[in-house]
Write a protein that binds this ligand. Structure first.
Ligand code: TEU
Ligand code: CA
Length: 539
């Protein structure tokens, strides 16, 4: 096995993790402060969301300088200190590689607005016809894909926010710059990259797209052959020279393309994040939620377990609502038990587990009451668009509440001190009021806490070949429960997960390896939202 298969990854959204200098914004020194906490959790890799200079339209995903640290987060010296502090604890660090677009404040883009500039072809500058944009594409963030620029007398393309112009990978100079940036961070000691929306980077054509409910035009840039060529190039010229790994964020990906991207002999990426399981509580688009159904989740997960040899497993990240609010039950009665069921699921699937900050203490969706509290550009755009369409305020708010990315971006709840111990100042985004009940300090003390359960699971995964490298087999997946097996030579484990508020009869036998309720024997009755791992059962 590779080290990136054995280790558990922890994702940090630096802005909301820990504020060291009390200015309300999380920072690198804050992360250093919490490394011992992460070590005690048992993780072996940190994925750091973007920490580069950024005007913060999309909080770091709009980069204005790839080789410097956003002063809000600290300095390059802080970064070097962080790398060293990680190395001391045998923790590897991977960076976020955001290369589909830059910020509109990046010097390349500023220069490129001049039609004569050598940077002109770093981006897509096109003439429209009759004051209309060059094509009919629509963006990921509920707006048009083109902005007209007076100075340039032309339109530029942006698949995300207006302030995130797309880079042009038909221009070899762009790729050279990206290679240089990658080497820069790898030379500083980074051990790899999470590659932002990597399967949209290559625009094969700029022709009109088939009209669709979302992402009109995507057939021209989703997972095109040009993307494979670029990734092979980056791998050959840069990645293969280092002991590092990559995980690609791949939107609307099919198993076939994912297999191609991850096939060792093709030398492109090591793993990908797929989205099918995140769509199991949605109708067509994320903004239309339907009731969660554990059977659908089980089938989606099992599908990818079967199709890929190795998955990047996750239930949360900085773009998604909190899993306990979404797939579990965040009411006081089932909050703890359902969070443990989800923890068990995440840590017992075949693949590398990715834990998102706060997931390990069962943090929940925000309790905001108004749009004023929302910081996310996507949510603001969605609200604006919905308003334009005449959708009433109450329905709009409901939509934002369930789907906003800010659900995952409330400050990490460290203690019940003011501002959840996140900051001594006023946080850039509101803290959840439930921090008096849900916080790290309390869970450190409580042997039955979600946090301590995560620690146990991570240890268990490291010590059981069946969990590390065993095969996966879905036995049962329905509204009430998910049952699957992991097996490796002699060892076979059966994982029973209840998604029900009622007891249920599930006939399985064998000694208990771990149960979320703490019991040591299993009698064929699964308790409400209980997780049980049994040894040596054959189906
Ligand atoms: O996300 C890409 C992406 O597809 C999401 O924007 C998705 O459409 C939505 O957030 C939730 O379903 C990546 C980053 O993870 C995200 O934070 C960035 O905003 C985006 O790329 C642009 O860089
Ligand atoms: Ca700070």
């Amino acid at each position: 096995m590779q080290w990136w298969q054995e280790r558990v990854v922890y994702q940090i959204y630096p802005r909301s993790f820990k504020d060291h200098n009390k200015d309300g914004v999380g920072d690198l020194q804050g992360i250093i402060e919490k490394l011992d906490y992460l070590k005690a959790l048992g993780i072996g890799i940190i994925w750091l969301c973007p920490i580069y200079c950024s005007p913060n339209v999309d909080y770091g995903y709009d980069i204005s300088d790839y080789k410097n640290i956003n002063p809000e987060y600290g300095t390059m010296e802080d970064f070097e200190e962080l790398i060293e502090a990680c190395q001391k604890r045998d923790i590897f660090l991977i960076m976020d590689l955001v290369i589909n677009h830059t910020s509109d404040q990046h010097p390349w883009f500023c220069e490129s607005r001049d039609p004569e500039s050598p940077y002109r072809d770093y981006y897509f500058w096109l003439q429209g016809k009759d004051q209309k944009p060059p094509n009919n594409w629509t963006s990921f963030f509920a707006e048009d894909c083109w902005v007209y620029d007076d100075r340039s007398n032309a339109w530029y393309l942006h698949l995300f926010a207006k302030q995130q112009p797309d880079l042009n990978y038909h221009n070899p100079a762009v790729l050279e710059k990206i290679k240089d940036i990658m080497r820069f961070w790898l030379d500083k000691g980074a051990r790899g990259f999470r590659c932002d929306v990597i399967n949209v980077i290559y625009k094969e054509s700029l022709a009109n797209g088939k009209r669709k409910l979302i992402l009109t035009g995507s057939e021209h840039y989703l997972s095109r052959p040009g993307m494979h060529i670029i990734l092979k190039h980056l791998n050959r010229e840069v990645l293969s020279q280092y002991d590092c790994f990559t995980v690609g964020e791949t939107v609307f990906i099919t198993p076939q393309v994912a297999r191609d991207l991850c096939a060792p002999e093709r030398n492109e990426l090591n793993m990908v994040f797929s989205f099918e399981h995140m769509e199991t509580d949605q109708y067509i688009v994320k903004w239309f939620k339907r009731r969660f159904h554990a059977g659908r989740l089980a089938r989606a997960l099992a599908h990818w377990q079967k199709e890929l040899d190795w998955n990047a497993n996750y239930l949360e990240n900085h773009d998604q609502p909190r899993s306990v609010s979404r797939f579990g039950d965040d009411s006081p009665r089932y909050w703890q038990s359902s969070a443990k069921v989800l923890a068990t699921l995440l840590l017992t699937l075949r693949g590398t587990p990715f834990i998102y900050q706060g997931e390990e203490i069962g943090m929940t969706n925000f309790d905001y009451t108004s749009m004023e509290q929302i910081r996310d550009v996507e949510s603001r755009n969605v609200d604006r668009l919905a308003k334009k369409l005449g959708i009433p305020k109450k329905i709009r708010w409901n939509l934002i509440r369930k789907t906003s990315r800010d659900n995952a971006r409330t400050p990490m709840q460290w203690s019940d001190e003011p501002e959840a111990g996140f900051s001594g100042g006023t946080p850039w985004i509101d803290v959840h009021h439930n921090y008096h009940q849900i916080h790290v300090a309390q869970q450190e003390k409580d042997p039955d806490s979600i946090l301590n359960y995560y620690r146990t699971l991570i240890r268990l995964r490291a010590n059981h070949p069946a969990l590390l490298s065993g095969d996966f087999l879905l036995v049962e997946g329905n509204r009430k429960r998910i049952v699957f097996e992991r097996s490796e030579k002699e060892e076979k484990l059966t994982i029973l997960l209840s998604f029900s508020k009622k007891k249920q009869r599930v006939h399985r036998m064998g000694p208990v390896l771990l149960s979320s309720s703490g019991r040591l024997t299993y009698d064929g009755i699964l308790l409400p939202y209980e997780a049980v791992i049994l040894r040596g059962e054959t189906s």
